[in-house]
Write a protein that binds this ligand. Structure first.
Ligand code: DC
Length: 224
C-alpha cells in the first residue's frame, strides 16, 4: 500500500498558513485541513450559549452536547457544528478571540484530537494549526513552521477582512494579533512553537507565490 503523506504546517495567526497550505495541497493533490476551524467552532458554540470563552469549566461542560465535524466538498473544507455549516460565521474577530481562549483549555484540545488524527491517518494531507508538528502529528514526514513579523501579519489579516467587507481598524487588528500570539504561545498545553525537526519558513519578505513555492519545495525535499 502506498504510504500516506502528512504535512504539518504550524505558525502564528496571519502568517499565511491557510492560503499557502491550501495552494500547496491543491498543487500536490492532497487534502487541506484547517484545524483552527475546529477551535473556532467550539468558540462560536460558547459565544452563542453566552458563556465566557475563558471559563474552562463552563466551556468544558458544553463539550458533552456538541458535535464538530469536517466535511470536504470539491476539495473545500466545511466545518459543521451540530450539523450546521458554520464555515463563514467562525471567521469574525469575536470568533477568533473565542477560538484562542477555548484552545487553551486542555479538555477542548483532547476533544478535537482524534478527529484530526483520524483524518490524517486516512488521507495525504496538509494540516495547518499550532501544534500539528509537535503534538497532533509528531510523526508527520514534513513539518513546517510558517511565520512573519507581527506588522506584516496584521496588514495581511487587515486586507483580508476589509476585502470581505468587514469594518476594522488596523491598530485593533494588530493588537488582537499580538494578544493572540501571546495566548497561543504561553498556554500550558500544546503551546505554539516550532517542532524540533521542523523547517522554519519566514514569509515576511516573500510574495504569496514565493511562499507557496518554498513550501512545495520543502515538501518535495522531505518526501523524495
Ligand atoms: O488558525 P486560526 O486563526 O483559525 O486559529 C484560531 C485559534 O485556534 C488560534 O488562536 C489558536 C487556536 N488553534 C490551536 O490552538 N491549535 C490549532 N491546531 C489550531 C488553532
Amino acid at each position: 500500500m502506498k504510504e500516506i503523506i502528512n504535512v504539518a504546517i504550524d505558525g502564528p495567526a496571519g502568517a499565511g498558513k491557510s492560503t499557502v497550505a491550501r495552494a500547496a495541497a491543491k498543487a500536490l493533490g492532497y487534502i487541506y485541513v484547517d484545524t483552527g476551524a475546529l477551535y473556532r467552532a467550539v468558540g462560536l458554540n460558547a459565544l452563542r450559549a453566552g458563556i465566557q470563552t475563558d471559563d474552562a469549566d463552563a466551556v468544558t461542560a458544553t463539550l458533552g452536547s456538541i458535535r464538530v465535524e469536517l466535511k470536504f466538498e470539491n476539495g473545500e473544507q466545511l466545518v459543521l457544528l451540530n450539523g450546521e455549516n458554520v464555515s463563514s460565521e467562525i471567521r469574525t474577530p469575536d470568533a477568533s478571540m473565542a477560538a484562542s481562549n477555548v484552545s487553551a483549555i486542555p479538555a477542548v484540545r483532547a476533544f478535537l484530537f482524534d478527529l484530526q488524527r483520524n483524518i490524517a491517518a486516512e488521507n495525504d494531507c496538509i494540516m495547518d494549526g499550532r501544534d500539528i508538528g509537535t503534538v497532533v502529528l509528531p510523526d508527520a514526514q514534513v513539518k513546517i513552521f510558517l511565520t512573519a513579523s507581527p506588522e506584516i501579519r496584521a496588514k495581511r489579516r487587515y486586507d483580508e477582512l476589509i476585502e470581505k467587507g468587514q469594518q476594522v481598524d488596523f491598530k485593533d487588528v494588530l493588537d488582537d494579533l499580538i494578544k493572540r500570539d501571546y495566548n497561543d504561545s504561553h498556554r500550558e498545553v500544546a503551546p505554539l512553537r516550532p517542532a524540533d525537526d521542523g523547517v522554519i519558513v519566514d514569509t515576511s519578505e516573500l510574495t504569496l507565490e514565493e511562499s507557496i513555492n518554498k513550501v512545495i519545495e520543502v515538501i518535495g525535499e522531505k518526501t523524495a
